[in-house]
Every structure is written in structure tokens, then in C-alpha cells.
Design a protein around this ligand. Sequence first.
Ligand code: PHE
Length: 339
Amino acid sequence: MTIVPLDTFRAELERLRADAEAAMDAAADEVALEAARIDFLGAKSGRLKAIQKSLGGLAAADKPAGGRHFNEAKAAVTACFEAAQARVAGAGSECRLDAIDVTLPAEPVRLGHMHPITRTIRRVQEIMGRLGFESVDGPEVEDQWHNFEALAIPAEHPARDPLDNFYLAVARGADPLLLRSQTSTVQIRVMENREPPLRIVSLGRVYRPDTADATHYPMFHQVEGLLVEPGTTLAHLKSVLRMFASSFLGHAVNVRFRPSFFPFTEPSVEVDMEWGGRWVEMGGAGMIDPAVLEAVGYDPDSVTGFAFGLGVERIAARRYGVEDIRDFYRNDARFLRQF
Ligand code: PHE
């Protein structure tokens, strides 16, 4: 057996080490690095393995030094491989950072907000609350007593015409129920259950079979106010309405009364408010009619009070500059997002 000189062995080892370091440094990705690992560090036919076998050809005296050189070279190649491995893995994560640009502004989260009608209702409740009016609710499906009879609207009155109301196929006793056509129903419900003094406000939906146009819709909202206190006059009513409108708009608002008729108030007035230099009709009002006080069991000789009913859509349309009330119900996010 030929003896391999120690110098030759060392020279081969150095070459292998240089080749291995070059190959591993050059590996651009995990696949190339794995090929280099198998080539140099492979357990079966790697080049280090082959050179390890040639250790046996050294002279016995050279074997300890040869073994030391071999171990040094193997440790160096292994360290080089591990460094390359870390580099390739790092490059991978750099790629992922590239794919997600963390400096880009985030997709905005779409936040919803209150519908302009709901916001108007809350604001009216808040302002009226400060004037001492408690906010109460009533049912949208009503009986004829609360929607008509107790409000002094008798059976033959045109307001009860089936063409002007949404009567339901459901009846209570002989009378069919209906979707309430006004929030004045709540006046009756409150007075039936409580004793004066009273200050209440009720906001909610009402229904009338109107053809939808810019100012009408088969469903809309009213704000009903009711005050029952000794010595109440139309002047108090006007003051409350003026204070309400002025708080709502944030500046003094003029209120005008025009003579009118409602079966459940006497005298009755139309309420106009001056918005942007124009008189706009906002609803009706008046002193509670004695017939109504009697219907709820009050003594009309000793009890006085006023009531008013305004259109919430009208208030909201003025406030937000909306020309067509149908826009409130279209649920078009582009419209609603403006408020
Ligand atoms: N309920 C009446 C309407 O819907 C308005 C109103 C309320 C009038 C209270 C007088 C008093 O037209």
C-alpha cells in the first residue's frame, strides 16, 4: 500500500475546504445550498467522507496530525454551511417582507354611524329632555280608540277613510287595527295611565298611504309633544317650540302660528318656523281639546295643556340640507356617509 505524504493530504484538504466555502457562499437559495451540503458533507459519498477514508493511507506517525487537520477542515466547512443556511433563510424572510409593504397605509376599517333620522330623533329627545320632557314610546300597530276615537275623530270623519290609512286584517273586537297615522296616539296612552302634571315627548314612525315623492313617503316620523300643567297657554307652547328650534339649530329661530283645525286641539294652529329666510310648515299644535281630556278621564274644567306634532323628516331635511326625503330611506351608503 502506497503511503500518502502528509503534505499531499493537507493540500487536498485545503483545496476541498476552499471549494466547499466557495460553493456554499455562492448558494443563492435552499436548494443550491442543499446540493453543496450533499457534495461536501454528505455522509455516504461526500468529498469530506472520501478524504477521511484516505487518512488510513498516511504513515502511522502522521496520522494524529492528519486527523487534527481533517477535524479542523470539517469544522470549518460545517461552520461555513451553517452560516450559508442562516443567510439563505434570512433572504427568504426578506422576500416575505417585500411581498407585504408594511409602510403602506392600512385598508381603512369602514365604521358605520347613526342614520341622520336616528340622530335627529336623539337630538330632539336630548333638547326636549332639557326642557323637562320625558321621552316615551307607543306601539306602531294601534287600535281605533287611540288613533281616532279618544282624539275626537268620530267614525264618519274623513281621516278614518280606508284610502287614507293602513288598516290591518287583524281586528280587536269589531274594529280592525291599523298602522298608526300619527303619534298623537301616545298622548292618549300616557294620559290614560298617568295624572298631571305631564311633560312628555314621543318620537316614532307613522304610516299613511301617500305616493312617495320629494316631500311624502308612506312611512315617516313624527315628534309629539304633550304638556299638561295648570295655567298653560298658547304662549307657553310657542316658547317651548321656539326654544326647541333655537337649540336645535344653534341660533334664534322665529316661530309663527297660523289658525288651523285639528279635532283634538282647541284652538288649533299650524306651526311655521323660519329657516334660512323662509317660513316652513313644520306641523300642527294647539291646546288639548276638552273632549280629549274627558276621554282620558281628566276633568276638563280643571286641567289645561298643549300638544304639538312635528315632522322629523322636515327637521332633518332642513338641518342637513336634504331636498328629497326619499334619500333618507334608499340606504345608499354614499348618501348616508355624508352625515
Ligand atoms: N297629529 C297631527 C298630525 O299628524 C299633528 C298634531 C299633533 C296637531 C298634536 C295638534 C296637536 O297632523
